[in-house]
Design a protein around this ligand. Structure first.
Ligand code: PMP
Length: 363
């Protein structure tokens, strides 16, 4: 039997009554895609907090709604604009940027629109999906070995500095020391969170890579709302957490991308966090898969790290209190990695069989 509400509906004996919904006005037309950066949506988490016995509200700030797919569009656009205003960046120049990929995408996106040449230096640990996106945007990719220290000649900074010396009219924006990185979050991300939560934020949980997000947001919240507890998330194997004793481990490699380093960047103010939580790969990847499967949030691995840490904090908060967690990037970067059951199993990560292998009614 055809199921239709067209002219055949009556003769088929199927009739759907018409229902109407209110149309919401969207933004007017923008001049280019860079103007769509920021003003990302915030959404309540339901299933995951409920199963964890959490009473407070948990709100996720969905940074993958940015046009390049991550929170790093904000800072890429900002540090390019600042360099233009300061006369450091002129038409035809080459931008060189060490990145874990998302800043690279943001810089490549702005470069494509503004006509700069763009070279991204990235550790080979980072996903091929990121490489493909940057190349599609016209950037050149230089990969550095996983085993190289960040500051060694073969590491991301060593290679970027060498290229800068070799290539005339080139500029390293350097998100790791550029004040525009934390300032982008001080000026926009923090203000958006404050506004979206109607000026009531009891806790904020977020991971750190360059630390720009943590530094910028925490500085703004110290002014707006000093009682808000800020929690930094740092993978086991990285060195950001305070006290330093939290960082003691034999682990040197972790799968989560975009968080943690083997040095503390200038852009990270470790005291911006009132409290640090160490995250591990298993819980981060499992939580990222749950965010996708249970909340419909098509996020990446650092989101899993942040939300699993957020659940540990949220159980101590009361009903009516608000906890905000940042969702930095999307599933797009990891389609051949944690999203794949085979990839997870090959690396010995446990996957929840009933959620991912079977239809739910088969349990
Ligand atoms: N998550 C992902 C996926 C990232 O790419 C980054 C940026 N390195 C972060 C989190 C952390 O952001 P920030 O550099 O502001 O600390």
């Amino acid at each position: 039997r055809r199921c239709t509400w067209t002219k055949n509906a009556k003769q088929d004996g199927v009739f759907f009554p018409h229902t109407y919904q209110n149309w919401k006005r969207s933004e007017k037309i923008q001049d280019n895609v860079l103007q769509l950066i920021g003003n990302t949506p915030m959404v309540k988490l339901n299933s995951i907090p409920k199963k964890a016995g959490v009473k407070c509200n948990v709100y996720a700030k969905l940074e993958y709604f940015n046009p390049g797919g991550s929170i790093k569009d904000r800072i890429a656009n900002r540090i390019i604009q600042d360099a233009e205003k300061q006369g450091l960046l002129k038409p035809g120049m080459t931008i060189i940027e060490p990145s874990s990929g998302n800043t690279g995408v943001g810089v490549a996106l702005a470069s494509a629109i503004k006509g700069y040449k763009c070279i991204i230096v990235m550790c080979e640990k980072m996903s091929n999906e990121k490489v493909a996106v940057m190349q599609a945007l016209g950037a050149r990719l230089i990969k550095t070995p996983i085993t190289a220290d960040s500051y060694s000649a073969e590491g991301i900074f060593g290679v970027a500095n060498r290229l800068h010396k070799e290539i005339p009219d080139s500029l390293i924006l350097d998100q790791f020391s550029n004040p525009g990185n934390p300032l982008a979050h001080y000026d926009t991300t923090a203000e958006e969170i404050w506004d979206q939560c109607d000026h009531k934020v009891d806790a904020l949980v977020l991971g750190a890579g360059t630390g720009g997000t943590l530094t910028g947001i925490s500085r703004k919240f110290r002014e707006l709302s000093p009682q808000t507890k800020i929690v930094g998330v740092d993978p086991v194997g990285s060195v950001f957490a305070v006290p330093d004793s939290l960082n003691k481990t034999d682990v040197t490699f972790f799968e989560v991308e975009g968080l943690g380093y083997d040095f503390v960047p200038t852009s990270l103010d470790q005291t911006g966090a009132d409290h640090w939580v160490k995250s591990n790969d298993q819980e981060s990847l499992t939580m990222a898969r749950r965010l996708i499967r249970e909340e419909g949030l098509l996020c990446g691995t650092s989101s899993g790290a942040a939300v699993s840490a957020a659940m540990k904090i949220a159980v101590h908060l009361k009903e009516g209190q608000n906890l905000v967690v940042i969702i930095p990037d999307s599933i797009r970067n990891y389609l051949t990695k944690f999203v794949s059951d085979n990839w997870m199993e090959a690396r010995g990560f446990q996957i929840s069989k009933n959620v991912n292998k079977h239809w739910w009614w088969e349990n």
